[in-house]
Design a protein around this ligand. Structure first.
Ligand code: FAD
Ligand code: MLT
Ligand code: ZN
Length: 471
């Protein structure tokens, strides 16, 4: 019997897609990668995933796991050989358990992030992972890329939120690691090995994640600022003034937000007059566990002093939930606005916060010297030292001309990141986009150890080949 027929027997005929039906799984959302596949299979349970993987192991069929296909690095897109099977986890979408005594939630890998947030909220708990793709990305994809987002400075990356995993190994065995323990030092941490491995070591089928109390009150403001240096100084004050109550600190270039409101006229900047033309904006979020009055007093004290000292040009403090949402919506619209403006060269970098100002100045100068007129699109999670330092075409350049310089631009920016002690992938992962770049900045020892781990767990190289590591 052919492998396709056997797949149909495992998951049912309608859950094996071929031909045109595969198209959405063969192209990444930014349209940067396009591949081919033997088929797309949509198992409905962990046991079905395991049976599919065993079949692939037997026939030496490569596997590409796929969640919501919102990844930034082409990790869920198969190569052009047409040999791989795309395994989509979307049907594994059950919330298996909410345990409010232990503050955990156990969810299947295909659960949409927003559904996990909503399930937690319905039990009066917070699941704090938050990113603009939350309406379509899956918890399995979040774990596999160790996604960050806008709440990392308080709650950590996805890794810090995970307690236990259920994983199908490349041999098709099921590792039942869904423990909700806060402490477990029983040898090598398999959970942390799978998190961030981008589908190259196995398929995550479920996870037990941490829950937190819902904040009693929140205060959110957009700040107009004169410089990135002022944003960094304000971050330092906010950390000192709010401590663990500082849950968000995002930064964005003025022209980037201007582009958002130009593209989406139903959105508005919360400033008028000269403040609306500020070169930089920041979003500040305070989550308080006492009361709205307490939150307001803390917010006013820190912000009032910053305005008085001239560190903040202007502050628009949200007065209700709708205004808070509108401020966050502006920030969350940046990735889609950027994509609508045309193809850009994206960098997802982390730098020690104290060196970010210097990094941006020296990298801007080096880019302008080599590619005159090239434009910056800079925004990101300043509280985590994570900038999306993106580059768009010069006014006299076509998109094709910009993309022709892509590898030179990567190298220039990433060399600068490296020289500043930073990382070339803060939160998006490596996928196929940064696979070759990685070899420039990891040491020979680091790459050798990574390859040995891959070889030990996936000796036939069937799990997401060509991603993260060169094969
Ligand atoms: P996919 O794109 O389907 O897959 C991503 C990778 O994980 C691939 O390598 C895939 O093979 C693997 N994979 C998927 N599911 C599994 C599984 N169950 N087991 C094993 N491997 C699996 N990222 C951030 O970190 N911070 C942000 O703020 C952020 N904002 C974003 C905003 C927008 C508008 C968009 C489109 C993306 C954003 N991202 C952000 C990118 C982010 O990586 C993804 O949104 C998300 O984490 C990926 O989830 P997904 O289900 O779409 O995974
Ligand atoms: C973000 O912070 O908005 C995301 O990481 C997406 C992006 O970089 O475009
Ligand atoms: Zn980001």
């Amino acid at each position: 019997m052919s492998a396709l027929k056997q797949l149909q027997q495992i998951v049912g005929e309608t859950q094996v897609l071929t031909g045109e039906a595969m198209t959405p799984y063969l192209i990444d959302w930014r349209g940067r990668y396009r591949g081919e596949a033997l088929a797309v299979v949509r198992p409905g349970s962990t046991e079905e995933v395991a049976a599919v993987v065993r079949l692939c192991a037997e026939h030496k069929i490569p596997i590409v796991p796929s969640g919501g296909n919102t990844g930034m690095c082409g990790g869920a897109t198969p190569d052009e050989s047409g040999r791989a099977l795309v395994v989509c986890l979307a049907r594994l979408n059950r919330v298996r358990e909410i345990d409010t005594d232990n503050d955990t939630i156990t969810v299947e890998a295909g659960c949409i992030l927003q559904a996990v947030q909503e399930a937690a909220r319905a039990s009066n708990r917070l699941f704090p992972l938050s990113l603009a793709a939350e309406g379509s990305c899956t918890i399995g994809g979040n774990l596999s890329t160790n996604a960050g987002g806008t709440q990392v400075l308080r709650y950590g990356n996805t890794r810090e939120l995970a307690l236990g995993l259920e994983v199908v190994t490349p041999q098709g065995e099921i590792w039942h690691g869904l423990r909700g323990l806060r402490k477990d030092n029983t040898g090598y941490d398999l959970r942390d090995l799978y998190i961030g491995s981008e589908g190259t070591l196995g398929i995550i089928t479920a996870a037990t994640m941490k829950l937190y109390p819902l904040p009693v009150a929140q205060r959110i403001a957009m700040l107009a600022l004169n410089s990135l240096e002022d944003a960094i100084a304000m971050l330092s004050r906010a950390r000192a003034g709010f401590g663990a109550s500082l849950t968000g600190f995002e930064v964005m270039m003025g022209p980037v937000l201007k582009a958002v409101v130009r593209l989406y006229p139903q959105q508005r900047l919360p400033f008028e007059g000269p403040s609306a033309d500020a070169p930089w904006f920041a979003i500040l979020e305070l989550s308080d566990s006492e009361s709205a009055e307490h939150a307001q007093a803390r917010f006013e004290s820190v912000l009032g002093a910053a305005i008085e000292d001239g560190l903040v040009v202007d502050a628009a403090i949200a007065e209700n939930i709708a205004q808070s949402k509108a401020i966050w919506h502006l920030r969350e619209s940046i990735p889609l606005a950027e994509a609508e403006l045309g193809k850009s060269i994206k960098h997802d970098v982390s730098i020690p916060i104290s060196l970010i100002g210097q990094f941006v100045k020296t990298t801007n100068a080096a880019l302008q010297a080599k590619f005159p007129g090239i434009q910056n699109i800079v925004f990101g999670h300043l509280g985590d030292g994570n900038l999306h330092y993106n580059v768009a075409r010069a006014p006299n350049q076509t998109e094709q001309e910009l993309l022709a310089t892509q590898y030179e631009v990567y190298q220039l920016v990433h060399d600068s990141v490296h020289a500043h002690g930073g990382s070339i992938s803060a939160e998006h992962g490596v996928g196929q986009l940064k696979r070759d770049e990685l070899t420039r900045y990891k040491t020979e020892l680091e790459l050798r150890l990574m390859k040995q781990i891959k070889q030990a767990l996936d000796p036939h190289g069937l799990m997401n080949p060509g991603k993260v590591l060169q094969t």
